[in-house]
Design a protein around this ligand. Structure first.
Ligand code: SAH
Ligand code: SF4
Length: 379
């Protein structure tokens, strides 16, 4: 039983089971496997995720004997924080070191906005999908994050404000899986972590406030519908297949029509009425014309959706430019005039490189894609 809840990376760190990443169900199964009752698992779940416990001795309502047993065979281990930066606009960015031998780092960003605080969580060390305008993609890929490394980002962000206070205002109100990596390419760990985010005995967030963003791994969208009811965001970025093939190469495998069918299916499988968020990164002279905005209107006419425009965030050697504010407004107006709710994502945390697509972490690239990219750019 223990083996089914330990990943390869966790095993490499010694024999103790890291309870931080176990979903409520897996924690109950684990407690069962060591001869302990279900309610004990719930107590420990609350200690870890609602009170921020990182050791068993603090768990005062758990018997001394069980605390000793847990200390011997388990641990509560969050990823190590390498650095924390706070931007002049209040945005916080953490570089966290993940388990393993390469000192791999990923990034997490917390964006406060009035009474909301949205945490942008990473799911992979790098990304396999190689979108042409994304610095994470250009860095290549090393490995998937474990559930503990994913939920650990939420745990650490809350803890950065001091001891957990269950009666105080929520320090993280929303989570978006929009950091480094493609969440649907790391399916089970991401589903486990999102389950913890929404569980009443853990973080208790509403399903409307937990959003998974995908570039369009179509079969996994169908699978997601059977496993969870989080909100879904789609990184579309182009109104036609020819352009999307270039910007988001996974489109060659799962073209736009199949992706939109999957979105319809996902919405129809939800118990409540919701919309899909369409993310569209505007790149000057590539996908930001008013004709393209009109094509987008036609494409999305049957889908219950809101559109979020993201002006391209430049990074060194990207080969792309940011559109002017006027061009962004013109594009937005075409959609708004047709009745779409369309927001423009303002750049936050620019002074600490925390903006979308600027998250690069620091890791060993197993794909060697980053090397190819550097070679091409220096020719
Ligand atoms: N892999 C997932 C989630 C992470 S990317 C996805 O692609 O949806 C989060 C968002 O940032 C995506 O919409 C992505 O397309 C966008 N993005 C990536 N690079 C960007 C850049 N340089 N400028 C603006 N947005 C970018
Ligand atoms: Fe991966 Fe998303 Fe970046 Fe594409 S945009 S390379 S899917 S992280």
């Amino acid at each position: 039983m223990i083996d089914t809840v330990k990943t390869e990376n966790e095993k490499n760190q010694g024999d103790k089971v890291n309870l931080l990443g176990l979903s409520p169900q897996k924690l109950i199964e684990f407690f069962d496997s060591i001869g302990e009752k279900k309610f004990r698992a719930t107590q420990v779940l609350k200690w870890i995720h609602q009170k921020g416990a990182d050791n068993f001795e603090d768990m005062t309502d758990v018997s001394k004997a069980l605390r000793t047993k847990l200390t011997q065979i388990c641990e509560i281990r969050a990823p190590e924080v390498v650095s924390q930066n706070i931007s002049s606009d209040g945005t916080r960015k953490w570089v966290i070191r993940t388990d393993g031998n390469n000192n791999d780092c990923v990034e997490t960003v917390l964006i406060p906005d009035g009474d909301r605080a949205t945490l942008c969580v990473s799911s992979q060390v790098g990304c396999t999908l190689d979108c042409s305008f994304c610095s994470t993609g250009k860095q290549g890929f090393n490995r998937n994050l474990t559930p503990a490394e994913i939920i650990g980002q939420v745990w650490l962000a809350i803890k950065s404000f001091g001891p957990f206070d269950p009666n105080g205002p929520r320090r993280v109100t929303n989570v978006v899986m929009m950091g480094m990596g493609e969440p649907l390419m790391n399916f089970e760990p991401v589903v486990d972590a999102m389950t913890l985010m929404m569980d009443d005995n853990a973080y208790g967030m509403s399903k409307r406030r937990v959003t998974l963003s995908t570039s369009g791994v179509v079969p996994k969208i169908y699978e997601l519908a059977t496993r969870t009811d989080v909100s879904l965001a789609i990184s579309l970025h182009a109104p036609d297949n020819a352009l999307r093939d270039v910007l988001v190469p996974i489109n060659k495998k799962y073209p736009i029509a199949e992706l939109l069918d999957a979105c319809q299916h996902y919405l129809s499988s939800l118990p409540d009425k919701r919309h899909i968020t369409i993310e569209y990164t505007l790149i000057a002279g590539v996908n930001d014309s008013e004709d393209q905005a009109r094509d987008l209107v036609t494409l999305l006419s049957d889908l219950e959706c809101k559109v979020n425009l993201i002006p391209f965030n430049p990074f060194p050697n990207s080969g792309y430019d940011k559109p002017s504010n006027n061009q962004v407004r013109r594009f937005q107006k075409v959609l708004a005039d047709k009745g779409y709710t369309v927001t423009v994502r303002t750049t936050r945390g620019d002074d600490i490189d925390a903006a979308c697509g600027q998250l690069v972490g620091d890791f060993h690239d197993r794909t060697r894609r980053s090397q190819k990219y550097i070679d091409v750019k220096t020719l």
